[in-house]
Design a protein around this ligand. Structure first.
Ligand SMILES: [Zn+2]
Length: 85
């Protein structure tokens, strides 16, 4: 386990507000499937891949996410190095 980060899709709310239709007059609240309403997500390789999206979406948790991701990548590299021994 590499820890959890605040879900950057819903900003830790566990749900998201989206426009009901394209006219953008009414908002509806939907469950955040990305974190299963937890407001947090485990750091996985999929999350790392999604960082490309995250980079374009500034959120308050930027530093926390970046920190945990650095740890993730460092440990991943570590275990890969060991494999190569
Ligand atoms: Zn979420």
């Amino acid at each position: 386990m590499f820890g959890k980060v605040i879900c950057y899709k819903c900003n830790g709310n566990g749900y998201r507000s989206i426009w009901k239709d394209t006219s953008e007059t009414e908002k509806v609240t939907i469950d955040c499937k990305y974190c299963s309403n937890q407001g947090e997500i485990d750091i996985t390789e999929d999350v790392i891949k999604d960082l490309e999206f995250f980079k374009k979406t500034p959120v308050s948790q930027h530093d926390v996410l970046a920190d945990n991701v650095k740890k993730f990548l460092a440990e991943k590299k570590d275990s890969e190095d060991k494999k190569n021994d």
